[in-house]
Design a protein around this ligand. Structure first.
Ligand code: UN1
Length: 499
């Protein structure tokens, strides 16, 4: 496969970084393959991109919602044309199996179609005024320049979750893709250019988080930072972005998600739900579950069936058939997996599947690891039951009844996705109302969100409106606009003190 030499796209031009340096993007299933190289940008490149986005803002805003949506619609059509090529690139650059590479692109496509459809939806509300001669409106207005910083695990979908609602509502964008998957970002931008995005409306600046990402977060002329990624980086970005009062930061970070399996659960649903939640994408989704909280009455039966299913999992290069999950993204990902496994053992785990790195010729140049499964009685303050492992590391935790299940579920500082397996509507309702989560599922895995639903978490998982359906709230102001049709000024009741 040919390696791609990507450039920054700033003000409608493909450019090298001011530093003249380049970074490489490797295939995590075979690190001898360089997927591509990209400019190693710094604050000088970011500044140019922000300036371009600022000067394009007025024209893009004045185009109006429907015309902007038409450009996104064109872009969606191009994604459909190139779906297969993009899916293969996703697999080569981030390692997930081809069917998941395809799902990533399809999710992105759905997001572009959804955002395009918003162009013909209401963009505000008409509200009654206290004065009959007055009309009052709430109108959405774009905030200005939006900086998007995204992770590698959904290298096409997440950039479009963030960029397309920003664009349809009239903002301009500066995008810093993950340095692990920059060539996917480059592909998106080649299609945005082909779709006819006006000059400066979308800009991509490649580079590492500490340099290009930090420069974007800190830039005083950026109005919104949209971030999806790890808790540590999200926290750092919130601090970096606190330079201007107007700057709004929306974060979508990790989760220590769980599937709760209650005593009445249908095991035919619970077992596959847990396998998918724990191991799809090698546990490298923010919505993956490291914890299976299972009622003690059924835990032995569950455990046996879960292990049987786990033993059938095929790990390998995502471009080959029948692979359930591919490699970890990089060495740091493997180290994090080892750390969590080690900690679990120190904390008294009863190890059921030992895990470890896969050996053999076909795994020699990739970051392949086996499922690590253990059983552990719940104790408050346990590292391995509280901290996100972002790897195929999973605990089976026996509990007594729904109330304890929820208490154990909530004992973490994160709260993103939660799934519960039950046939009992009263228990389902208890979990719905008492568990801390942003995305809840019943008789489903904890993964598989849809773009037209809110996506975000509570507690340390984020601040509530970063992605997909909720994003318009982050990138637009809801402005009040009041018109007097009368011939004199009549003040609102509060102002005239009439009760
Ligand atoms: C993520 O892991 O960061 O719900 C996003 C899902 C996908 C998105 C996951 N639609 O699994």
């Amino acid at each position: 496969m040919q390696s791609i030499e990507a450039k920054n796209f700033i003000n409608g031009e493909w450019r090298e970084a001011a530093s003249g340096e380049r970074l490489s993007s490797l295939n995590p299933a075979d690190t001898t393959e360089i997927v591509g190289t990209v400019p190693d940008s710094d604050e000088r490149d970011v500044d140019e991109a922000v300036k371009a986005a600022r000067s394009a803002f007025r024209g893009w805003y004045e185009l109006g919602w429907v015309r902007r949506a038409e450009v996104l619609d064109k872009f969606a059509q191009l994604m459909k044309r190139d779906l297969e090529e993009m899916a293969r690139l996703v697999t080569r650059e981030c390692g997930k199996p081809l069917n998941e590479g395809r799902a990533d692109v399809v999710e992105a496509l759905h997001m572009a179609q959804y955002a395009a459809s918003l162009g013909r939806m209401p963009v505000g509300e008409v509200i009654a005024s206290e004065i009959p001669e007055k009309d009052a409106y709430i109108r959405r207005k774009p905030k200005g320049v939006v900086g998007c910083i995204t992770p590698w695990n959904f290298p096409v979908a997440i950039p479009l979750w963030e960029m397309t609602p920003s664009l349809v509502s009239g903002n301009t964008v500066v995008f810093k893709p993950s340095e692990e998957t920059p060539i996917c970002g480059d592909f998106i931008f080649r299609l945005l250019e082909e779709a006819g995005m006006p000059r400066g409306v979308v800009n991509i600046v490649h580079g590492i988080g500490e340099k290009a990402g930090a420069a974007l977060s800190e830039h005083p002329d950026v109005d919104v930072i949209l971030f999806t990624g790890s808790y540590e980086v999200g926290k750092l970005i919130q601090r970096q972005a606190a330079t201007e009062v107007h700057k709004f930061v929306a974060t979508e970070m990790g989760g220590k998600n769980a599937v709760i399996v209650l005593d009445d659960a249908d095991m035919g649903i619970a077992v596959p739900s847990c396998v998918i939640s724990a191991f799809k994408t090698a546990g490298q989704r923010c919505v993956s579950s490291n914890r299976l909280i299972v009622d003690r009455k059924v835990v032995d039966e569950f455990q046996e069936r879960f292990l049987r299913a786990t033993d059938r999992i095929n790990v390998g290069n995502g471009l080959t058939d029948d692979v359930f999950y591919g490699p970890m993204i990089n060495k740091a990902g493997v180290e994090k997996y080892h750390l969590h496994n080690r900690k679990a053992k120190e904390e008294g785990a009863d190890v059921l599947r030992e895990g470890g790195e896969l050996e053999g010729l076909e795994y020699a140049h990739g970051y392949f690891v086996k499922p690590f499964v253990y059983r552990m009685e719940y104790r408050p303050g346990t590292f391995c039951l509280r901290e996100e492992a972002f790897s195929p590391h999973v605990a089976i935790i026996p509990v007594d009844g729904v109330e304890e299940a929820v208490a154990v579920h909530n004992d973490t500082d994160l709260g993103l996705a939660m799934a519960v397996c039950t046939e009992d509507f009263r228990k389902m309702r208890y979990v719905r109302d008492h568990a801390d989560y942003g995305i809840g599922y019943v008789n489903l895995p904890s993964i598989g969100a849809e773009v037209h639903l809110p996506f975000g978490g509570v507690k340390g998982s984020g601040n509530g409106h970063p992605s997909a359906e909720g994003l318009l709230d982050a990138v637009t102001h809801r402005t009040a606009f009041t018109v007097n049709h009368g011939k004199e000024i009549v003040m609102a009741q509060g102002m005239s003190a009439e009760v």
